[in-house]
Ligand binder design. Structure first.
Ligand SMILES: [Zn+2]
Length: 402
C-alpha cells in the first residue's frame, strides 16, 4: 500500500471511530463539511484529496485540537492490541504479540525512566575524526572477532557464506543508479541505510559504509539481526528484537576498545547508542507514561492529567498537548515507532546487563552466542533471568560497558 494511501486509510478509519465516540453536534460545521467532502472523495478514489493543503490543515487541526484525547486513547488502545497480537486498524498482517511487555509494563517503564536519568548528561562530541578503515582491515576485524567469540566457527562460516552469496549489499560501492534500484526494491524510506531485511528466502543486510572504524559496530549490529533471523526464521518480538543485535554491536565495541584508537573515538562509539536512546526517550517518555496509565485505568480524559502528571500539569499543559499532537501524527505515518523505541531501550539495558554477567563469568558468553544461533525462539523472561534482572526489585542498576 502506498504511504499516503495508508495514511488516508488511517484517517478515515479513525474518522469513523470518532464519529461513534463523539457527538456529531460537537464537530464544527466547517470541519464536518470538510470531512464529508474528503470521505466522499476517498471512497471514490481510495486516496485523500491532499491536493488542497487547506483541507489537510483543517483535518489535522480537527484531529489535534478537538479530538485530542479521543485520538490518544485510540492510539493507546491500538498499541495494546498490537502487543496482544490482535487485529487493529489497518495493520492486520502485522503480528507483534508481546504479552511479556503488557504483563511487566510498570517495572519496565521504571527501568526506561532510569535509563533516561543515567544518560541525561551525555552529549554528542561533533569534532571527532574517525580513523579510516580499508576494506581489507574491515574484513580482517570482523573475521577475527567472529572467530574469537565463536571458536566453533559457525558464525565465521555464516559470514563467509553470506558474503559469497551477496547477502551484504554495500550501497556506497554501487553506481548511483543501482543504489536507487535497491532503495526502491526494498522500499527504504529514511536516510540511513543500515539495516537487515527479512526476505522470504532469508535475511540480507544493506549498508552505507563510512570507511571508518564506525562501520564495525554498525555491521555487527545488523549481523546480529541476520544471525537470529537466519537460525530462528522469525523475528524475536518487541522485547528481544534489538537485544542480540546490540549485544553483537557491544562485542564489536569491546573488540575495538583493545585496538590502539584514540580515546575520543572509542568514547564516542561507546556512547553513541546511549545518546540515541536518550534522544528517543526524550521524545517518547510521555507516550510510555500514558500507556502505563491506560493499562492501569483505561481511557484517559483531560481531567486525569493531574493524576498522571501531578499539579504540574497546568504548567506543562501546552507542552503535553504539543506532544499528544505529535504522537497522533507520528502514529499515522509509522504506527510501530513507539514499539521500536521500546525495543532499542530494552535491548540496550539487557545487553549491558549481559556484559556485566560475562565480566564475572566468561562461560556465559558462549551461552548467549549459542542461544542466538539456536533455532528456538527465546522467551523474554528467560533472557531477563539470564542477565540477572529481577523485575520485582526496586531499582535496577546498569554499569558502563566493559
Ligand atoms: Zn537493530
Amino acid at each position: 500500500m502506498k504511504k499516503d494511501v495508508k495514511y488516508a486509510f488511517n484517517i478515515f478509519k479513525i474518522y469513523y471511530l470518532i464519529n461513534k465516540l463523539e457527538d456529531k453536534e460537537n464537530i464544527p460545521l466547517k470541519i464536518l463539511e470538510e470531512l464529508n467532502k474528503n470521505y466522499a472523495f476517498f471512497e471514490k478514489n481510495s486516496e485523500l484529496d491532499l491536493a488542497n493543503p487547506e483541507s489537510e490543515k483543517i483535518l489535522i487541526n480537527w484531529m489535534n485540537n478537538i479530538c485530542r484525547y479521543s485520538f490518544l486513547n485510540i492510539l493507546l488502545e491500538n498499541t495494546i492490541k498490537y502487543l496482544k497480537g490482535k487485529k487493529s486498524l489497518n495493520l492486520k498482517h502485522i503480528k507483534l504479540k508481546d504479552n511479556f511487555l503488557i504483563k511487566n509494563f510498570k517495572p519496565i517503564l521504571k527501568m526506561m525512566l532510569n535509563e533516561l536519568k543515567l544518560n541525561g548528561s551525555l552529549d554528542y562530541n561533533e569534532n571527532i575524526n574517525f580513523s579510516p578503515l580499508s576494506n581489507e582491515l574491515y574484513n580482517e576485524y570482523i573475521v577475527n572477532l567472529l572467530k574469537r567469540i565463536d571458536p566453533s566457527l559457525k558464525l565465521f562460516n555464516l559470514y563467509e557464506w553470506a558474503k559469497n552469496n551477496n547477502k551484504f549489499i554495500s550501497l556506497n560501492e554501487m553506481s548511483e543508479e543501482s543504489q536507487k534500484e535497491i532503495i526502491k526494491k526494498y522500499n527504504l524510506s529514511d536516510t540511513k541505510y543500515n539495516r537487515c531485511i527479512y526476505l522470504q528466502d532469508g535475511p540480507i543486510i544493506i549498508l552505507s559504509k563510512t570507511n571508518t572504524i564506525k562501520d564495525i559496530p554498525v555491521f555487527m549490529h545488523e549481523f546480529g539481526h541476520f544471525i537470529t533471523f537466519y537460525f530462528k526464521k522469525k523475528s524475536l518480538g518487541p522485547t528481544l528484537n534489538e537485544f542480540y543485535s546490540i549485544f553483537y554491536e557491544n562485542l564489536a565495541l569491546a573488540y575495538l576498545t583493545n585496538k590502539s584508537y584514540s580515546h575520543e573515538e572509542i568514547e564516542y562509539l561507546l556512547n553513541e547508542r546511549l545518546l540515541q536512546n536518550k534522544y528517543l526517550l526524550n521524545i517518547y517518555t510521555d507516550f510510555f507514561i500514558y500507556l502505563n496509565y491506560y493499562l492501569d485505568k483505561g481511557k484517559i480524559r483531560e481531567e486525569d492529567e493531574v493524576l498522571i502528571r501531578g499539579e504540574n500539569f497546568k504548567l506543562l499543559k501546552e507542552k503535553l498537548f504539543r506532544k499528544c499532537d505529535f504522537y497522533i501524527s507520528k502514529f499515522f505515518n509509522n504506527p510501530l515507532e513507539f514499539i521500536r523505541v521500546y525495543s532499542y531501550i530494552i535491548g540496550t539495558i539487557l545487553s549491558y546487563k549481559a556484559f556485566e554477567m560475562i565480566a564475572t563469568d566468561e562461560s556465559l558468553l558462549k551461552l548467549f552466542i549459542s542461544d542466538s544461533m539456536s533455532s528456538e525462539i527465546i522467551n523474554p523472561e528467560d533472557i531477563f533471568n539470564l542477565v540477572g534482572i529481577n523485575l520485582n526489585k526496586r531499582k535496577i542498576k546498569r554499569t558502563r560497558l566493559k
